[in-house]
Write a new protein. Structure first.
Length: 327
């Protein structure tokens, strides 16, 4: 039985999957570690299958009908044999010592159930990189409102390509709801600290690629892409509360964790379905408070935004807001 299974999910990533898998097989310092690699292809129609099978025959290649990220995770986790499962998106790649650092953390801290870490954001179209890392290593849990706020503010260090968890923890999480065609990792990494302590390392160990084909993180996107993101966020708001309650997470903690998601979903509802300006005002004020921005006369920009939210129809306000954000 391997010590660790690397689970790679991919869909139409012929331009990137080779670099992703090369970074896995170039991992250093694993002479005493048993490990295997599973690639779950979510129905690619480009050259992704040929690249994986021809250039990386050591990997276990699983091809399935297109169903989204959650179905890919569920299928891959059903085949995973390692005590630890480390996840990687097919358009990202790892630093050479990623697995060594993560496995060392699991060995030194027997009580933790998952590990995250810093990243390097790679802006493909702009040709630049930006490290994103915490000031120091820390632990996350969901045992209090204060802990929930800490999780909410630092969950960006737990996305797919920087997330590894004990298989015993993941077995309590799956199946991941199939509505999560993207952002299925958020379901997993939100439940993980409800089941066990999560350790976040400071070091950036993943290169997170931002490009025009990203399915969740994007700037300019088609209406269908935006609708898909809204559906997924609504699915998270719907499916996470009962899953967290099943692990005895208190209601106030759940509300704290989910508030940013609920605000995003409510914004989309107001944009799509309409409503009253005072509803927009309340949503935008709470969003500002979560970001630590208070409504004050010393902040004229915020006063203007709140003033427009209070008088404009929601759809008009959000169209204006989106237009301004693209300037």
């Amino acid at each position: 039985m391997p010590d660790v299974t690397v689970l790679v999910n991919t869909y139409n990533q012929e331009a990137f999957i080779g670099e992703a898998l090369e970074s896995v097989y170039a991992q250093e310092g694993l002479d005493d570690v048993g490990w295997d690699v599973i690639v779950v292809d979510d129905g690619s129609t480009d050259r992704t299958p040929d690249i994986v099978m021809d250039e990386f025959p050591e990997a276990t290649y699983i091809r399935k009908e297109n169903g989204g990220q959650a179905t890919a995770f569920n299928r891959g986790l059903a085949e995973a044999r390692g005590d630890i499962v480390a996840f990687l998106d097919g358009d990202d790649w790892w630093a050479p010592h990623k697995l060594k650092r993560v496995l060392r953390a699991f060995r030194l801290h027997r009580g933790i159930g998952a590990v995250g870490h810093g990243i390097v954001e790679v802006y493909e179209d702009e040709g630049r990189e930006r490290p994103h890392r915490p000031a120091d290593a820390f632990r996350l849990s969901l045992d209090s409102v204060e802990a929930a706020r800490r999780f909410r503010d630092h969950k960006s260090f737990l996305g797919t390509s920087r997330f590894a968890a004990r298989r015993s923890v993941l077995e309590q999480i799956v199946p991941v709801p199939e509505d999560l065609v993207v952002e299925a990792d958020e379901y997993m990494f939100t439940l993980a600290p409800a089941l066990s302590t999560v350790l976040v390392l400071r070091e950036p160990l993943t290169y997170y690629r931002l490009h025009g084909g990203n399915l969740f993180q994007f700037r300019d996107a088609s209406p269908e892409k935006k609708r898909r993101k809204q559906r997924v966020l609504a699915a998270l708001v719907r499916t996470l509360p009962p899953a967290l309650r099943a692990e005895d997470v208190p209601g106030p903690v759940i509300d704290t964790v989910l508030e940013p998601l609920r605000i995003t979903v409510r914004r989309a509802e107001l944009m799509r379905e309409g409503g009253w300006p005072w509803e927009t005002f309340q949503v935008e004020r709470r969003h500002a408070q979560l970001r630590g921005i208070e409504l004050a006369w010393t902040n004229p920009r915020r006063m203007l935004i709140q003033g427009l939210a209070a008088v404009l129809p929601p759809a008009t306000f959000y169209r204006l807001r989106n237009w301004y954000g693209q300037l």
